[in-house]
Design a protein around this ligand. Structure first.
Ligand code: FES
Length: 158
């Protein structure tokens, strides 16, 4: 674990009560501080120790929620909604479009480590389906042209 991340983890842990009720919030904060947007094994160990729970419980939560990862991801994590409303509105085509455009499959990261492509359960933006998030930014009513512009914007912001 890089030093600054270790420091951030210490700081985040010190800000929460030692209760497993806070596990989700703690993992969110830690992952958001990690430029590779994932929870490394050393951090899992630290969090489990701090909350006095088993590592398996922490991995259970990381595995259950699609927004968490235990593997390094790109600087920008694209999460395109694959739930029914978005699927009906063309999300499947957009997923294929993104795979071709980025030259990766869902779950993979581009070789320059800029983008990771993932699918997600409903993002709560069904009224603007099809929807996707890039890190914490939400986009809706997507078309291939919009996807191009969005990717361009993030590529310029390396
Ligand atoms: S179904 Fe896609 S945002 Fe709800």
């Amino acid at each position: 674990m890089r030093n600054y991340l270790a420091m951030e983890v210490e700081k985040i842990l010190s800000e929460f009560p030692k209760s497993k009720d806070y596990l989700l919030e703690i993992l969110h904060e830690i992952q958001n501080k990690n430029p590779n947007s994932y929870i490394p094994p050393e951090v899992v160990q630290k969090v489990a120790k701090h909350l006095n729970i088993k590592k398996a419980q922490v991995y259970g939560v990381i595995g259950y929620y699609s927004m968490f990862s235990d593997k390094p991801r790109g600087k920008y994590v694209i999460r395109i909604c694959a739930s029914p409303v978005c699927s009906m509105m063309g999300a499947e085509n957009l997923i294929e479009y993104l795979e071709k455009k980025l030259n990766v499959k869902v779950g993979e990261t581009t070789p320059d480590e800029l983008f990771t492509l993932e699918t997600s359960e409903c993002l709560g933006n069904c009224a603007a389906a099809p929807a996707m998030m890039v890190n914490l930014d939400m986009y809706g009513n997507l078309t291939p042209g919009m996807v191009d512009n969005i990717l361009k914007q993030y590529s310029q912001n390396k």
